[in-house]
Design a binder for this molecule. Structure first.
Ligand SMILES: Cc1cc2nc3c(=O)[nH]c(=O)nc-3n(C[C@H](O)[C@H](O)[C@H](O)COP(=O)(O)O)c2cc1C
Length: 365
């Protein structure tokens, strides 16, 4: 019998149904995929010190991030091209997110236009992820469109001056199928449609090197923050000094992330990077994290180290590939149930009561 008990089961289901083109793109990381694996294993090496007899009969997962209310501290990370997983693509993901009361970060490289997505799912909490293009006007226009469409935050992915060395993509000749497009690029005059069969590098790498501005620096963050009244979140932060710079240049939040191990291989696992960053800016802006979250206990550990919330990348794509909207719902429900149980078993009633003392640091064993 095939069980669906956890996110690893759903990953296995998804790997059965994904095309090899999508599979290699989704599951791959950069170079030797050391960071990709370490993101997951780092959580497995952190142990908990549960408290007993704490009356955990009633619990609340409710939380607040960027002054928004979420039903739990778990959101959906931006991942490109979701129609590769399922014909409904981003629509299915957003429906599931809305049903569970959590936000979805929509990628610029989505296979659904942000206006269509928001129109179909009124009232959904959607953040929009952007890159800064060499063509600043195109960037400004995208930010404006996201605001007009009803998005509630802008996420700048800052770890991608160039695309990482993704050898799986190159080997599999990753391409966007001819019947799919990246409609957020429509009318912007940037070479969006070049995401097709590459040779030595994937088509995606070529697209990035043609359009993304590798000269981006902190003064551009001031510029970007000034383009919109929406809160700006900087994604891809792995150092406390960068987190402080993000705050000083107008970001209201940072996402501690190594892009799911897809950019710089051997970059620090996100959970290892988190404590220094929450120490530095946790009091002044919202610190979030993605990378390697596969269990409810992972969520608990990230929150104990000061994160306000975490985001899921690949698990959502796997749920989507497996069963569309229902698959994504199932992923979110499983993590919610596991997180809730982990809190109960640690003697914690509410998200605000999660403190570092539940972690077994080496000297406490
Ligand atoms: C297939 C795929 C596509 C992605 N596309 C984007 C993207 O368009 N923009 C972005 O900022 N991050 C992108 N990411 C990175 C995720 O937002 C996130 O950082 C990462 O997946 C989290 O790690 P996890 O997959 O272990 O949960 C992508 C990740 C994957 C796996």
């Amino acid at each position: 019998m095939t069980h669906t008990l956890n996110l690893f089961d759903i990953e296995q289901h998804a790997l059965q149904v994904l095309s090899s083109n999508a599979r290699e793109y989704y599951l791959g990381g950069a170079a030797d995929e050391i960071t990709l694996r370490a993101n997951v294993s780092a959580f497995q090496h952190i142990f908990l010190r549960p408290r007993i007899l704490a009356d955990v009969a009633e619990r609340s997962l409710q939380t607040s991030v960027l002054e928004q209310s979420w039903t739990m501290p778990i959101g959906i990370a931006p991942t490109a091209m979701q129609k590769l997983a399922h014909p409904e693509g981003e629509h299915a993901t957003l429906k599931a997110a809305q049903k569970l009361g959590v936000p979805m970060i929509c990628s610029t490289t989505a296979t659904v236009a942000i206006e269509d997505l928001m129109h179909a799912q009124k009232g959904a909490n959607t953040w929009f992820q952007v890159y800064v293009y060499k063509d600043r006007e195109a960037t400004r226009e995208l930010v404006q469109r996201a605001r007009d469409a009803g998005c509630t935050a802008i996420v700048l992915t800052a770890d991608t001056p160039y695309l990482g060395k993704r050898e799986r993509e190159a080997r599999s000749g990753f391409h966007l199928p001819p019947d799919m497009e990246l409609p957020n690029y429509r009318g912007l005059g940037i070479g969006a449609m070049n995401v097709s069969e590459g040779k030595e590098a994937s088509g995606l790498a070529q697209h990035f090197s043609q359009n993304i501005d590798p000269a981006l620096c902190w003064s551009d963050i001031d510029w970007l923050a000034a383009q919109t009244a929406l809160p700006l979140v900087v994604k891809g932060v792995l150092r406390a000094d960068d987190a402080i710079m993000a705050w000083k240049h107008g970001a209201k939040g940072v996402i501690v992330s190594n892009h799911g191990g897809r950019q710089l291989d051997t970059a620090i696992p996100s959970i290892h990077a988190l404590p220094a960053i929450t120490d530095a800016v946790g009091e002044v802006i919202d610190v979030m994290l993605d990378g390697g979250i596969r269990r409810g206990t992972d969520v608990l550990k990230a929150l104990a180290l000061g994160a306000k919330a975490v985001f899921l990348g690949r698990p959502v794509l796997y749920g989507l590939a497996w069963q569309g909207e229902q698959g994504v719902e199932r992923v979110l429900e499983i993590v919610r149930e596991e997180f809730d149980l982990a809190m109960a078993l640690c003697g914690i009633k509410s998200v605000k009561d999660i403190h570092p003392d539940i972690l077994a640091l080496p000297h406490q064993h």
